[in-house]
Design a protein around this ligand. Structure first.
Ligand code: SAH
Length: 348
């Protein structure tokens, strides 16, 4: 019989499972706290449980944790990039960033990704598997325990498409927000999607206070489809319509990610077209100079182009910021480190 993934269980589910092996109710609180507040990786670390109880738990359950395979600390800005090894030998990445308001962790939701965005390193080998809720949580636990800090903000913006693993992501959101767990406020969580429209509506109906980020990267179908295959399924007008309805229903501002790629999507015309598309919406545009990925030829827009693009959006009353690039020297962007690690091992 395969063991049950104990850290993906809600408190009620845990309570039920422990009752089945005749454990009293207070054990649920103890064990839940070890798993979620202290982020332990083994039952042996649960020191207020007897050895026989720990063995009993070990027979029935497994803690899906992750181990630090490599860790790189940026000399420029102390951003930390982790490459984590999962129980089955797969790898995912997380990035810990220090801001004035606290520590923010960018976590992965899948091993690889099947969305195929042309500029992204995570998708080069396709998707291998989904992460469980516990594996998404474990990235936070490992970073906290390793650096001896508290993560205050989480962005689901690492490897993978959160809406392509939505059931586990929902569980993660519930658990990370749980009072007896990490107790992170939904307002401190961002979820980023390449634009899977039905899931945007589903998230809207959940009425959470989290921030939705939408990776837009182009203002029209021709250009967007050439960069992001998902656009052939859900085109720009369908996506923007969903976003408008989302902001109206939830009163939450959407953040549009727009990677600036020299000569591809950074013209004055693109800026005007983008302004028209987003006019009047409760939103914000985050411009990201594209990160160079070895496997493609995209080049980041230069500072003058960025400034001009910003000025056109501002003239049209669109909220815009340029994202500060952190961890440039440690290949902090999506998928780069895993890719390199696998190649070094002789994989794809
Ligand atoms: N699948 C989700 C979340 C993961 S990607 C999504 O598409 O939003 C996180 C963000 O990084 C997305 O906005 C993505 O488009 C962007 N991104 C990926 N590769 C990039 C690169 N090389 N340079 C800049 N941004 C990149």
């Amino acid at each position: 019989m395969s063991k049950v993934d104990i850290k993906s269980m809600t408190k009620d589910e845990l309570s039920f499972a422990l009752a089945e092996i005749n454990l009293p109710k207070f054990r649920t609180n103890q064990i839940f706290s070890w798993l979620h507040q202290k982020g332990v990786s083994s039952f042996d670390e649960m020191t207020n449980l007897s050895k026989s109880l720990r063995e009993q738990l070990d027979e029935k359950f497994v803690i899906r944790s992750c181990e630090i395979e490599t860790k790189r600390v940026s000399k420029e800005d102390s951003t930390v990039k982790y490459l984590f090894r999962l129980y089955d030998g797969e790898y995912v990445e997380s990035v810990l960033m220090k801001y004035k308001y606290g520590y923010s962790l960018c976590v992965s939701t899948q091993v690889g990704c099947r969305m195929g965005c042309k500029f992204c390193a995570s998708t080069l080998g396709g998707v291998i598997r989904n992460l469980s809720a516990s594996e998404i949580l474990s990235q936070i636990h490992m970073a906290q325990n390793d650096e001896n800090i508290r993560v205050s903000h989480v962005v689901l913006m690492g490897m993978g498409e959160p809406f392509d693993n939505f059931e586990n992501v929902k569980k993660f959101l519930y658990l990370v927000n749980c009072d007896d767990g990490l107790n992170l406020s939904m307002r401190n969580i961002s979820l980023s999607t390449c634009g899977i429209v039905p899931s945007i509506y589903e998230l809207m109906d959940m009425n959470l206070q989290l921030t939705l980020s939408v990776s837009l990267h182009a203002p029209n179908d021709n250009l967007r489809s050439s960069l992001m295959p998902i656009n052939k399924k859900y085109g720009v007008s369908e996506l923007i319509k969903a976003c408008r309805i989302y902001t109206e229903k939830t009163s939450r501002r959407i953040s549009f990610e727009y990677s600036m790629i020299s000569g591809v999507n950074d013209s004055d015309e693109c800026a005007e077209e983008l302004s028209k598309l987003l006019k009047g919406m409760l939103c914000h545009v985050n411009l990201i100079p594209v990160n160079n990925v070895r496997e493609n030829n995209y080049v980041r827009s230069d500072d003058n182009r960025l400034k001009k693009f910003v000025s056109i959006l501002e003239k049209n009353s669109i909220n815009v910021t340029v994202r500060r690039t952190l961890g440039k020297d440690i290949e902090a962007s999506c998928g780069q480190l895993r890719k390199k690690h696998i190649s070094a091992q002789g994989g794809n």
